[in-house]
Design a binder for this molecule. Sequence first.
Ligand SMILES: *Cc1c(COP(=O)(O)O)cnc(C)c1O
Length: 404
Amino acid sequence: MSLAYGRQYLAIPGPSVVPDRVLAAMHRPSPNIYEGALIDMVATLWPDLKALACTRQHVALYIGNGHAGWEAANANVFSRGDHALALITGRFGEGWAMSAEALGVRTERLDFGRAAPVDLDRVADALTADRTHRLRAVMVTHVDTASTARNDIAGLRRVLDDLKHPALLMVDSIAALGCDVMRMDDWGVDVLVGASQKGLMLPPGLAFLWFSDKARAAGRGNDLRSPYWNWEPRAFADGFYQHFCGTAPTHHLFGLREALTMLLHEEGLENVWARHAALAGAVWAAGEAWGNQGAFRLNIADPDARGHAVTAMRLSGDDGTRLRRWCEHEAGVTLGIGLGMAEPGTPAADAFFRLAHMGHVNAHMVLGALAAMDAGMEALKIERGAGALAAAAAAIAQYTPRAA
Ligand SMILES: *Cc1c(COP(=O)(O)O)cnc(C)c1O
């Protein structure tokens, strides 16, 4: 017996919910890749992609997932033997550092644990110690999807500028883009990595690199750049074919057109950010109430350091896994697994789980997911604080939409 029949909500932090409109836009016969509608449509994507990242600088698009985006960023910036500083607040920061290291970049790591954002003072100390400016880049996740810690990107730029350190600021915003505020140019981001399957509401398969004039100049002549990853032809194509180094990802591009129309031209980016902040606020309100009794905790204690796209949580023992299974099989909502969160001194891996609230998600979906979690904890006799659903509803009720 199950109450899961009906529309499923895949609430894992990527791939995210794909709007029916995006699916419909992709459902078409293969287009001609030499002339016609595809070429005309793709010309409209570049300004919108720049608007999405709040940049007037450059963007390159790759057929690939987030790991491809990491490798593309590394390949355009570094040479073998270069030094970089990787700021690690969860599994994804570590993943990017490993990807650079595997290419021969000497990656110094600053690890801030699994439940806290980057500490700017420690970054300042590391940069101050680098008197010869050996570090070519600071690499950081905007929101680490494992811990769901959100880092202060503008603050990192201030630290670099205050110390007059020339390192590039490289940011993985794969989970956060289109959910959390990102102002690439205002915040002085030099390289920004994104992917299609999170806030951008598409299937996995596209990776994006936005890059500054400074990054473009700094990377010139580097020895890790191979023809496929080279961002120059992709961003400054002389002819359609060069944008993709081969056949364009035709159907993804039509889906992307629809997604960008929804985000930028219908809802509006500021409203998209506000919606994610409000939905995250409802999740945290419920989480704070559950945490008043028993083992339930939001992984990141400081609300200012929590991402707006996904929230990591924990119970104790294997209750995280039990609750995930209950929600999926009995209520039709699939929560994300905990990723690399268990450490000495923390509960076991099966205590952790995540609720994604990224992309094509609205108030009833988030309230429904929270209610399913509450029902699951009741059914599984997991002790928790009272009043979580009322607190989430109150958070939603307080939301004042902005003018479009
Ligand atoms: C999802 C994600 C990645 C990895 O993306 P893949 O498509 O799985 O390669 C990297 N960084 C962050 C922050 C992510 O959320």
